[in-house]
Design a protein around this ligand. Structure first.
Ligand code: UDP
Ligand code: MG
Length: 241
């Protein structure tokens, strides 16, 4: 059993102005009844809409709203990394800004974590995306599992709870947010999967094309496979420092 006292929700934001107040409202509703210290770290990834202004004005009203704003668009992995590095809480929770993930699932993920895991990931049993995207994602997930010898049901779900110190150690290269379970396992993480709700995107647009994502992910997958083959762990029997 682990006790989580404090948590940071890390939200990568690229042109999501209409989603942000709704998202914060839902997070607030899901977390305010829990007896835990919490904050939301919005990482504005060089948005060209009013996302940053919206975040700043939410911050004036709510002390739980923290933010980091990039000077230019650096990608979702960089946004996650900046949020992970800024967190000083027991765990970090990742969630997309677009409301496709449901913050109401967070308490159940935390309960699962507290059973003794160091990573809990959401599994979108009923995905609400276009058929094209669902098929691409299923194929992508299967290839990823095969090549990285994993059995993760849904690596692409952004809703995850992770031990802060472990996630801060993983190398964050562009695209690496798609391999967080494998990278966390390399740090010794124990992983559990929990079914979560999934919703259609109501505001703003998806930032990725299916083909571009497939190509980039495949190359990253080869890098992950190589990292797995070279990865080592050691256990210490004695030390004087
Ligand atoms: N995002 C980001 N930087 C980017 C692309 C996306 O911070 O360069 C954010 C985006 O605002 C969203 C999350 O990453 O919060 C996932 O993006 P999206 O919903 O477009 O991806 P999809 O759900 O289509 O996989
Ligand atoms: Mg999305």
């Amino acid at each position: 059993m682990t006790n989580i006292n404090s948590l940071s929700i890390v939200v990568p934001v690229f042109n999501e102005e209409d989603n942000l107040p709704l998202l914060f409202g839902e997070i607030n509703k899901a977390l305010s009844s829990l007896d835990k210290e919490w904050q939301v770290i919005f990482v504005d990834d060089g948005s060209s809409d009013n996302s940053l202004q919206v975040i700043r004005s939410m911050g004036e009203e709510h002390p739980e709203v923290k933010y980091i704003a990039f000077a230019e668009n650096c990608g979702q992995s960089a946004a996650f990394k900046a949020g992970f590095d800024a967190a000083t809480t027991d765990v970090v929770i990742t969630i997309d800004a677009d409301l496709q993930n449901d913050p109401a699932d967070i308490p159940a993920l935390l309960r699962e974590y507290e059973r003794g895991y160091t990573m809990v990931i959401g599994w979108r049993q009923k995905r609400q995306d276009t058929l094209q995207k669902k098929v691409a994602s299923k194929i992508g997930n299967a290839i990823r599992n095969k090549l990285s010898r994993e059995t993760v049901k849904d690596t692409g779900c952004s809703l995850k709870v992770m031990d802060t110190k472990m996630v801060q150690k993983i190398p964050m290269l562009t695209g690496m947010h798609r391999f967080l379970p494998t990278l966390m396992k390399m740090q010794g993480a124990t992983v559990s999967e929990v079914p979560v709700n999934h919703r259609h995107r109501q505001h703003g647009e998806s930032k990725y094309g299916i083909l571009d994502r497939a190509k980039a992910t495949f190359l990253d997958l080869l890098a992950i496979r190589w990292m797995q083959s070279r990865h080592f762990r050691y256990s210490i029997k004695d030390r004087n420092l």
